[in-house]
Design a protein around this ligand. Structure first.
Ligand SMILES: Cc1cc2nc3c(=O)[nH]c(=O)nc-3n(C[C@H](O)[C@H](O)[C@H](O)COP(=O)(O)O)c2cc1C
Length: 336
C-alpha cells in the first residue's frame, strides 16, 4: 500500500499520481523549482528558493512560469481524478513562498478536451533538434492561440518581417549572457548532467550542434560535451516562432503565463507538434524591452517558443513525488 499522504479526498496513490503529473512540467534548466503542501482541504504549490537560478532569472519570473506550468498540470490531473479544482493565486495566508492554493469546487468527469491535454503531459518534451520544413497548418496555429487565450494571455506569432529583428535580439542577449561568468557557471552546473541525475538537462537532450546560421534558435545545453552534427540536417528554414505574452507584469501575470504556456505546449503535443523555448531574449532586460517594442509595447513577453514537426526526444529526469512534499513526516493526513 502506498504511504504517500492523501489530499483533497483522493487516495494516497491518486495524490501521488497528481503530484507526479504536476512535476512533469517544464522548467528553466530542468530546475524543478516547486514543492507541494498537502492537506485534506487543499494542495498548496510553493516555489522552492533552493532552486532559484539567480544569474538567468534574478527576479524569479521564470521560476513562477515553471510553477504556473506545474499548476496547469495539477489542474488537469485533478480533473482526470474527478475533482473540479478551484485555484487561488498567491494565497496570502499560506506563507511567502506560496504561489497557489488548489481546493475542491465539485466532482465530475473531466471535459474531453482536458482529458486530451492530460494524456499529453507525459508525451511533451522540449525538442532542440532540427524540425522538418513542413509548415504548421493555420488551423493548428489557431488552436495554440486559443489555448493561450483560454488562460488569459496572448500569443503573438512572429511574422516574416519580424524574424530578423528577433534573431538580432536573441543573438545579442545570448552574447551578453555568455560574457557573464556567473551565468556561464550556472548554465554549466545545470546542463550536460550525468546519466541518472534527477534534475538538470542531460547532454542527450541538447540536440545536435547547429550550423552557425541556426545557432540562435537553440541554447547550448551540451555542457561542453562534443555534440553530434547531423550531416545535411539543417534546422528548418522558416521556424514558426511565437511569443507568449501576458497583458501586464507581476507575479500573478507570471503564474497565469506559466499556465498558458503549459496549455499551449500540451495542445501542441496533442497535435503532433514539437516545441522548444529560447529564453535569452526575455531574460536580458535590454533585449526584453526591445522585444516589447517590436511587439507594440502593450504586451509583456513571457516566453519565446519554436514550434514544428520534430523527431522523437528522450525524456528528461524528474525527482520523485515524495521529494516534493513539504513538511513530509508531519501529520498531513490529520484533520486541520
Ligand atoms: C521558463 C522556461 C524557460 C526555458 N528556457 C529554455 C531555453 O531558453 N532554451 C531551451 O532549450 N530550453 C528552455 N526551457 C526548457 C527546459 O530546459 C526544459 O523544460 C527542461 O529541461 C525539462 O525538459 P522537458 O521540457 O523536456 O520536460 C525552458 C523552460 C521553461 C519553463
Amino acid at each position: 500500500m502506498s504511504s504517500f499522504p492523501s489530499a483533497l479526498g483522493l487516495s494516497p496513490q491518486q495524490t501521488e499520481d497528481v503530484v507526479r503529473m504536476a512535476a512533469a512540467a517544464p522548467s528553466l534548466h530542468n530546475s524543478q523549482p516547486w514543492r507541494f503542501r498537502l492537506s485534506r482541504h487543499s494542495i498548496e504549490l510553493h516555489g522552492d528558493p533552493r532552486r532559484r537560478l539567480p544569474a538567468a532569472d534574478p527576479a524569479d519570473r521564470e521560476l513562477r512560469l515553471a510553477c504556473g506550468a506545474a499548476l496547469m498540470n495539477l489542474r488537469l490531473a485533478l480533473a482526470h481524478a474527478g475533482v473540479r479544482p478551484v485555484v487561488t493565486l498567491l494565497p496570502r495566508l499560506a506563507g511567502p513562498s506560496a504561489l497557489a492554493e488548489v481546493r475542491v469546487q465539485g466532482h465530475g468527469a473531466a471535459a474531453p478536451a482536458d482529458e486530451m491535454l492530460y494524456r499529453a503531459i507525459p508525451a511533451r518534451r522540449s525538442n532542440r533538434r532540427p524540425f522538418m520544413d513542413t509548415a504548421v497548418p493555420a488551423g493548428h496555429r489557431h488552436q495554440l492561440e486559443k489555448a493561450v487565450h483560454d488562460e488569459h494571455c496572448r500569443l503573438h506569432v512572429i511574422g516574416r518581417h519580424e524574424r530578423s529583428g528577433l534573431e538580432r535580439l536573441v543573438q545579442r542577449a545570448h552574447r551578453e549572457q555568455m560574457n557573464d561568468p556567473a551565468f556561464r557557471e550556472e548554465l554549466a552546473r545545470w546542463t550536460g548532467v550525468r546519466q541518472g541525475a534527477a534534475e538538470g538537462v542531460p547532454a542527450a537532450s541538447a540536440g545536435p550542434e547547429p550550423e552557425p546560421q541556426d545557432q540562435w534558435v537553440v541554447r547550448d545545453f551540451s555542457g561542453g560535451q562534443a555534440r553530434q552534427r547531423v550531416p545535411g540536417k539543417d534546422f528548418e528554414d522558416e521556424p514558426l516562432l511565437v511569443v507568449l505574452c501576458s497583458y501586464r507584469a507581476g507575479k500573478i501575470a507570471d503564474l497565469e503565463a506559466g499556465q498558458a504556456l503549459q496549455r499551449m505546449l500540451l495542445t501542441a503535443t496533442s497535435l503532433g507538434l514539437s516545441t522548444s523555448l529560447l529564453s535569452q531574449v526575455v531574460e536580458v532586460d535590454q533585449a526584453h524591452a526591445e522585444l516589447r517594442r517590436l511587439l507594440g509595447e502593450g504586451l509583456w513577453p513571457q516566453a519565446v517558443v519554436r514550434v514544428g514537426y520534430g523527431s522523437p526526444m528522450p525524456r528528461t529526469p524528474r525527482r520523485e513525488p515524495w521529494e516534493l512534499v513539504m513538511d513530509a513526516g508531519s501529520p498531513v493526513n490529520s484533520p486541520d
